[in-house]
Design a protein around this ligand. Structure first.
Ligand code: NDP
Ligand code: OXD
Length: 313
């Protein structure tokens, strides 16, 4: 029995130390350690290499550092064991902070005022009240629901779209492909918090942007994507910002990360870029969550927050 830490582009040593502290007596290996793959019962993974699971005949579960498991789901030799994703209060809180900050930036027309400041223009144009602005959240899961609840409390008119129908007090909900257009037609600020699956790949495209409401949000609708770069067609976002289909966009994720230096998005004044930092998995709460999960599972309890392989999230 052992836990292997396999994190690409993340400080594996720090996480391993955390797990060793939380799981006294339970062997925790780094990739660079000398270990027998047959002894590995759990792998804590982020963007694992193609040979990551080779020889692990006794694997019981894969623990995903990320809330999103799209990279794992595309692994060429993914073992047929349960995948546990990260569901965490702190991560959820951070994502809602990001969403609220960006929604309010667009509602308060900060793009317009930044341009005015640059041109030394004093023009008292009053932004619409939050109650006049409809925020449409794509994905009403752990993250989307929390953001929806908080935006509602601030006073926004919130609606949401998910795969299966949801009942959320004070939030108009839409479900499935059949209701996507109706959802878009009453949305001024579109927030993407979907998992990346074959169904949601490229969903943020020109056709989608053209269906958004052109109403109380002066200058046109805005887009916020904090989910995955694979959801967006960046050429369409650039074109939509240039021709006014979108007034502004906040992007935390990109088709290729880091965003290449020659991307036109860098130079668009109405495009707000952050480097995939909306909500990163916190080491302290991650170690606590996954160690408890491992201990509970070893004690015979079922795993929680297990990915549905068929749905892909
Ligand atoms: P959940 O699995 O809890 O929620 C996903 C939501 O999306 C559900 O409401 C689901 O519908 C809906 N959904 C899935 N497929 C479709 C579809 N085809 N059509 C309509 N709705 C769909 O995920 P989380 O809220 O925890 O996370 C969402 C994503 O956020 C992650 O997958 C990850 O990619 C991203 N993320 C980004 C971070 C960052 O720092 N930028 C940090 C953390 C996460 P239903 O409820 O019916 O199942
Ligand atoms: C995640 C992420 O999925 O950090 O958790 O993007």
């Amino acid at each position: 029995m052992a836990l292997l830490i396999h994190l690409t582009g993340v400080n594996e040593k720090a996480w391993a130390e955390g797990f060793r502290g939380a799981l006294p007596g339970y062997p925790v290996f780094l990739r660079s350690d000398d270990y027998d793959p047959k002894a590995i019962h759990y792998v804590f993974a982020w963007k694992p290499e193609a040979d990551a699971f080779e020889g692990m005949d006794n694997l019981k579960a894969i623990l995903s550092l990320g809330a999103g498991v799209d990279a794992l789901m595309q692994h060429p030799a993914l073992p047929d064991v349960p995948i546990v994703r990260f569901v965490d209060k702190e991560l959820t809180h951070c994502m809602s902070d990001y969403v609220i900050a960006n929604v309010m930036m667009h509602q308060r027309l900060f793009t317009r005022y930044a341009a005015h400041q640059k041109a030394k223009v004093w023009n008292q144009f009053y932004p619409p009240a939050s109650s006049e602005i409809s925020v449409g959240i794509m994905g009403l899961g752990t993250l989307g629901l929390d953001a929806a609840e908080k935006l509602k409390v601030i006073g926004f008119d919130v609606c949401g779209w998910s795969r299966s129908k949801k009942e959320v007090e004070g939030v108009e909900t839409f479900a499935g492909d059949g209701q996507l257009d109706a959802f878009l037609a009453r949305t001024d600020i579109l927030v993407c918090l979907l998992p990346l699956t074959p169904e949601t790949h490229g969903i943020l495209n020109m056709d989608t942007f053209k269906k958004l409401r052109r109403g109380p949000l002066v200058g046109g609708p805005a887009l916020i994507n904090a989910a995955r770069g694979g959801h967006q067609k960046e050429a369409d976002i650039a074109a939509a910002l240039e021709d006014g289909t979108l007034a502004a966009a906040s992007l935390d994720v990109f088709e290729v990360e880091p965003l290449p230096k020659d991307s036109p998005l860098w130079d668009l004044k109405t495009c707000f870029i952050t480097p995939h930092i909306a909500a990163i998995s916190n080491e302290r709460s991650g170690v606590e969550y996954f160690s408890q999960m491992l201990k509970d599972h070893e004690a015979g309890q079922p795993l929680r927050n297990v990915v549905d392989r068929k749905r892909g999230y």
